[in-house]
Design a protein around this ligand. Sequence first.
Ligand code: OXD
Ligand code: MN
Length: 597
Amino acid sequence: MTSQTKNPNVNAWIEDMIALTKPDKVVWITGEKAQLDSLRNEALSTGELIHLNQEELPGCVYHRTAVNDVARVEDRTFICSRSKDDAGPTNNWCDPKEMYAKLTPMYDGAYKGRTMYVIPYSMGPVGSPLSKIGVELTDSIYVVLNMVIMTRVGTEVWEAFGDTSNDFVRCLHAKLNIDKENRYIVHFPEDNTIWSINSGYGGNVLLGKKCFALRIASYQGKNEDWMAEHMLILGVEKPNGEVKYISAAFPSACGKTNLAMLIPPKTYTEKGYKVWTVGDDIAWLRQNKKDGKLYAINPEFGFFGVAPGTNAKSNLNALQSCKKDTIFTNVALNNDNETVWWEGLDKNPPVNATEWTGIKVNGPEWIASGKVLANPNSRFTAPALNCPCISKEFDNPQGVPISAIVFGGRRAKTAPLVYQAFNWQHGTFVGSTMASETTAAAAGAVGVVRRDPMAMLPFCGYHMGDYFKHWLKIGKELGANAPKIFHVNWFKLDDNGHFMWPGFGDNMRVLDWILQRCEDAVDAVECPIGYLPKPEDINLDGLEEMTIDSIKDLLNIDKALWTQEVVNIKEFYAKFGNRLPNELNVELSALEKRLQK
Ligand code: OXD
Ligand code: MN
């Protein structure tokens, strides 16, 4: 098939990549059903994909990655800016010339005997002023089919792009030998280029997601006055039909997808409240020049969600989303590959199971022996439009206006259930000091605090000190229109190690307080770390297990722990040297003083 675009920049780059990788064949992805069906059938015939029961799971397929290739690889992820300083202390860096010189021989002939697929895709609604375009070259049908779910793929992308633009991200992926020792996920922000080699796992190869929509886009946003953030976006519809939007950043595996698809408790649904999902992982935000407010789009088109732990209680809407046209990766199979299963789905592991590496086992016995059936990072790739609560604004090219920004982490003791920052600058400080504590489920010591500013530690494509500066600059531009900033912690533990807050749908009660604060409809109590709710202002209607005293405990601020927190933040800030904006040191000193009072 010949080129689908007249754009000389695209064509020249693809010709260069063909000369380098030497594919047997080049296929331009049009996004048409017949083409995708034929690719799916080809992958099913080679075993790259596995058929599932099409009556129970219509349009769904299964894929198993190599055992050594099941997660993002932060230690093999690089930001290759020309200056080391521009990548900052939180990224791996290599000189771009050196990295090109190292990887070019690896890509030389990497597609021999294989097909190059050319995927034109838009991050965000096609043609939206907030969207950006990318082209991914890959030798994997699995990548093509995932990209079609996760981004807007097809011929119309070329049209929106025009004949001369050079503003597209050049993404080159090659599976090569899935060799762990030579796996590289490399970003050249100054060249709008991403190179990924020796992996077939989602986060490393669906280059529109973390690589483009966060690492490259955060760099673009810094230069073009917008923000790319690791945030969900949800809308809360009130009984009068008005919808208010919240975006929220939590580190990976803290329940962003669950919060984005929250089903409110009865006390809210009975009154007519609804929650609508705009996005579950990434938000692109920009000030609207007409009304001065901050608007957000979800640049993605699907959900690449973690399967284990997803169930009717934690996230019924996610379960519904993956009932059709979904790709399952590394979950367990049931009844000779009929359906899928994962830990936490229900209490009935299949007897006739195939665990994620492909061994046929008796599920209950396998689990009883301490092993898992699904890989802990197994995934579903589901179209966003499958989601029963997908927002009507999902495709709105202007995005949605954001009333509140919420940061959060997994803290056993320190952080209260919710508090509000005093203002944008203080909110930037709160975001920059965000942290999670390791749990018993993760490898390593329990209770170790890992700072993850704005949940962007693995995803910021430039120096994080400059990133904080960018946050402060955007806040100044927004002025009185700036969203209010909050911090939540669903994971506070009591002295017996039990969660003090029920979480899941009941988090709506906290969102309710947040939105009331945005509308100046409720008072708060000023304390050293910010504004706390009055305990009676958290709606406990229908929540028998909670009392006003348990809310008081959840909102308690332990000064000794916060004094230790200040010491810990100082240590963390020292990393950024003189690129840490002074405003954040001012906020840190102010917090220290308030705690001493
Ligand atoms: C993700 C992550 O996969 O944050 O979304 O790791
Ligand atoms: Mn994520």
